[in-house]
Design a protein around this ligand. Structure first.
Ligand SMILES: [Cu+2]
Length: 528
């Protein structure tokens, strides 16, 4: 076996050679630290096994569902009995913006079912909708007859009817319940179903938070989601769009678990946490063995998946946790509004918002004009012979100036008031800076107990599929949670200024002394 021993010698030689370098030395040193020896925090392990303030063996902490309720139960005949009422309702995604959705027990998403492994549950589903429905227990190993597939397993529940599901939970993890009728899912018929282990997983977490991601296509002027759409312009976490999503207020040093469920129609969402590293510790199949946890700060949650992440909240500050798809970092993302659009007719090579959301306005659906669109919803000014274009083309008029918004046609020198360029810049504008996003009354509604101490104007950068993880030193945490004591704006961002006080003009790049609402909306344009 001369060849084999040669190879061994080569590897050994390589190893001792590497050890001579600084990097090799560091690797050798790291090997001596056994992360299992104690629960200290070797910098290299990114808090993998670092507990927070709770001890091993403590019972699991209850799961928090910001902006959504939990479902109550009663013990009856040896089972936890729940009642879910399928209903149509309105939901306020953003301050004063109510949309027609379907959900359960007055909530969309439906209230969370929270139980413990080994529990027997009885869940009575009452149908208060005008059409049949059904219920499926996603990811839960139920007996076949409880699986809720219409026709194949059971007759759908008629309007006014009910059906009793009963099963015993023999697993733990982040699951969900939802109707199995496709388009009803799009209307919002889903809820969290969390099953705790009998003893908390190690290391125990101090905070356990669950969020459902959903996406919506709601055209301007409408309150009803188009379930046929494959293009989306609103995104919610537990039924609210940022910045109306309630921030997660965490005490520095706590170990936090966030359970994410993606109940979107067709989009995955890469959820990115600023400021800290986390470990992916669970999927829709339950807990991942510790040896297979993956470190990161961005976890891709695909459709119908769940992902549990855990981290030690060691870095104080206000950190966004958001989907990183650019189009999902905005509300009402739309090519029919905004300076990039111009009001020219016809755009068959890239459908505008209406057709791309499935609204056929002329001709048969198979008309070549409705053929493959290049860049769904972004094809303003395009045509079959001119496939690319956004904004005014040579020989075409630009968009008329809109209040509070820079003109679509960049011109030299005219936009200093909005921080615009003195010379034309291809692609300008992109930021929407200068747009009036919220009225003072709406800003008041965005200000919740959980936002105390955030900078004035914090909501400017918090849009779309996004929430805020606030890691607060213990004294500040106590003040924010209790609502007592003075907390200055910006107190939670170490080293920051308090930000400009709200006058309804946070979006303007150039600060103005007179910030009375409405008056100076067009100031930047008057100079032209
Ligand atoms: Cu996304």
């Amino acid at each position: 076996m001369g060849a084999e021993s040669d190879r061994r010698n080569f590897l050994l030689g390589g190893g001792s050679l590497a050890a001579g370098f600084a990097a090799g030395g560091a690797i050798a040193q790291e090997k001596k630290e056994d992360p299992h020896a104690g629960h200290g925090t070797p910098a290299s392990d990114r808090g993998k096994l670092t507990p927070g303030f709770r001890k091993a063996g403590d019972p699991p902490v209850p799961v928090e569902t910001p902006d959504a309720p939990k479902l109550k139960w009663e013990m009856k005949n040896g089972a936890k009995e729940f009642h879910l009422h399928a209903q149509a309702m309105k939901r306020e995604f953003l301050p004063d913006q109510w949309f027609d959705v379907w959900g359960y027990n007055g909530s969309m998403p439906g209230p969370m079912i929270e139980v413990v492994e080994g529990d027997k549950v009885r869940i009575v589903v009452h149908n208060e909708l005008p059409e049949p429905t059904i219920m499926h227990w996603h990811g839960i190993d139920v007996p076949n007859v409880m699986d809720g597939v219409e026709g194949m397993i059971q007759d759908p529940i008629p309007p006014g009817g009910s059906f009793t599901y009963e099963f015993t939970l023999e697993q733990n993890g982040t699951f969900f319940y939802h109707t199995h009728i496709a388009m009803q899912q799009g209307m919002g018929m889903v809820g969290l179903f969390v099953v705790h282990p009998k003893a908390a997983h190690f290391p125990p977490v101090d905070r356990d938070i669950a969020l459902i991601i959903q996406e919506w296509a709601i055209l301007p002027g409408s309150t009803i989601h188009n379930t046929m759409s494959m293009e989306f312009n609103l995104f919610t976490l537990n039924g609210r769009a940022a910045p109306y999503v309630t921030p997660l207020v965490i005490k520095q040093g706590e170990r936090v678990r966030i359970r994410l469920v993606n109940f979107s129609a067709i989009d995955h969402h890469p959820m990115h946490l600023h400021g800290m590293q986390f470990w992916v510790t669970g999927t829709e199949g339950g807990r991942i063995p510790e040896t297979a946890w993956i470190p990161g700060n961005n976890v891709l949650v695909a459709v119908a998946q769940s992902r549990d992440i855990e981290f030690v909240a060691k870095n104080p500050g206000d950190w966004v946790f958001h989907c990183h798809m650019f189009h999902h970092m905005m509300n009402f993302m739309s090519s029919m509004a905004g300076p990039m659009a111009s009001h020219t007719k016809g755009m068959p090579a890239g459908a505008p918002m209406g057709p791309s959301m499935g609204m056929i306005t002329r001709g048969p659906a198979l008309n070549p004009e409705f053929g493959a669109a290049l860049g769904r919803g972004t094809g303003e000014n395009t045509g079959t012979d001119r496939a690319v274009g956004n904004g005014p083309q040579p020989g075409q008029p630009g968009m008329p100036a809109m209040p509070g918004m820079p003109d679509g046609q960049p011109k030299g020198g005219g936009h200093e008031g909005h921080g615009g360029p003195a010379k034309p810049v291809p692609g300008f504008p992109q930021s929407m800076g200068g747009m009036e996003m919220y009225t003072p009354a709406q800003i008041k509604r965005l200000s919740k107990p959980e936002t105390r101490g955030m900078r004035n104007g914090w909501f400017e950068g918090v849009e779309g599929l996004m929430t805020v993880v606030r890691v607060l030193p213990p004294d500040l945490y106590d003040k924010v949670v209790s609502g007592k004591g003075e907390v200055a704006p910006g107190a939670s961002v170490p080293g920051a200024t308090p930000g400009k006080a709200s006058g309804g003009h946070e979006g303007h790049d150039a600060p103005k002394k007179d910030s009375s609402p409405k008056k100076d909306e067009h100031e930047g344009h008057k100079k032209q």
